[in-house]
Design a protein around this ligand. Structure first.
Ligand SMILES: N[C@@H](CCC(=O)N[C@@H](CSC=O)C(=O)NCC(=O)O)C(=O)O
Length: 297
């Protein structure tokens, strides 16, 4: 198991916040994540955990800093683990002056085309290596996992829950990219990450996954602002609603007048999302097996 290096540590809301890294075999270099552990975990109890996937241009820090989620997670005794949004650093391919492809824009897919395919393997990272690594190091209950995401991260959270319903018991999204294969962000990713083969979206596009029979028994909570500048061009919640209805997938999609795409929108509804996860995760059977504990620096 890779060693975790804590870069920052802060006492917060009775628990602790960390920013940390480890050497990722999946991404071929250093991978960053941030973590909130509630006081129950510091007392040695395995706690439920929500995996959080952020959007384009974000890092592993953005959600914890801007979403105001920590105090709500603390109230419900939930841990938060926030992934970075792409591989980064020496040797990672990039395109200068582009914010919606390359570093900060991994789309939570495994790229197949050169030069991206060697390092841009965010699906495998968030699906397997990140949870395995953090659950080995901290008192997190791998049998009580939620997944949450914003925008590009909402797309990733939908795809993870639909493809891996046994891994997550709860799922929620803010303004997700619902049908990436049909919008400009996804088309750009198709050209670069998939070498132009749009069929490769079959494994990641939430609408395509629903159409091909995938379902998430826990149901989805999705919030969408109606003043979101990306709503019509990139997000397509109506397509998700139609695909879910056809597939019989439980979906609570709430549209909010006046809200945009920012973390001010996320912050406005985060309490209800954390409660949604708490209700489902706290009703799932507890795993009492203790993971080895990281030491505080
Ligand atoms: N840099 C861009 C704006 C990028 C942006 O809005 N990113 C969103 C996610 S978009 C979909 O994945 C985000 O969460 N940004 C971080 C934030 O702090 O708001 C531009 O300049 O237009």
């Amino acid at each position: 198991m890779p060693a975790i290096t804590t870069k920052e540590y802060h006492k917060c809301c009775g628990g602790e916040v960390r920013r940390a890294t480890f050497t990722s075999q999946t991404l071929g270099g250093e991978a960053a994540f941030s973590l909130f552990l509630p006081k129950q975990a510091l007392a040695g109890r395995n706690v439920p955990v929500i995996y959080v996937l952020a959007g384009l241009t974000c890092t592993e820090e953005t959600f914890l800093i801007k979403a105001n989620a920590v105090r709500h997670a603390a109230q419900h005794g939930l841990a938060l683990v926030c992934s970075d949004t792409s591989p980064r650093g020496a040797g990672v391919p990039t395109i200068t002056d582009e914010w919606d492809i390359g570093p900060g824009a991994g789309y939570y897919v495994n790229a197949t085309a050169a030069p991206w395919q060697a390092r841009y393997r965010m699906w495998d990272f968030v699906r397997s290596e990140l949870p395995t690594t953090v659950e080995n190091a901290f008192p997190l209950d791998g049998a009580r996992r939620g997944v949450m995401g914003h925008s590009m991260g909402g797309m990733g959270a939908l795809a993870l829950a639909l493809r891996e319903p046994g891994l997550y018991q709860s799922a929620s999204m803010f303004a997700p990219i619902c049908n990436p294969s049909a919008v400009p962000w996804g088309e750009k990713a198709t050209q670069l990450y998939f070498g132009g083969d749009s069929h490769l979206w079959d494994a990641y596009d939430p609408c395509r996954l629903l159409a091909s029979g995938h379902e998430f028994p826990g149901g989805f909570l999705v919030d969408q602002g109606l003043d979101d500048p990306f709503l019509k061009s990139q997000l397509h919640p109506d397509a998700l609603e139609n695909a879910a209805r056809k597939a019989g997938q439980a979906l609570k999609l709430r549209r909010h007048e006046g809200y945009d795409h920012s973390y001010w929108f996320v912050q406005s509804f985060i309490a209800e999302h954390i409660r949604h996860h708490a209700e489902q995760l706290n009703h799932t059977q507890v795993n009492h097996t203790q993971a080895p504990r990281e030491t505080t620096p």
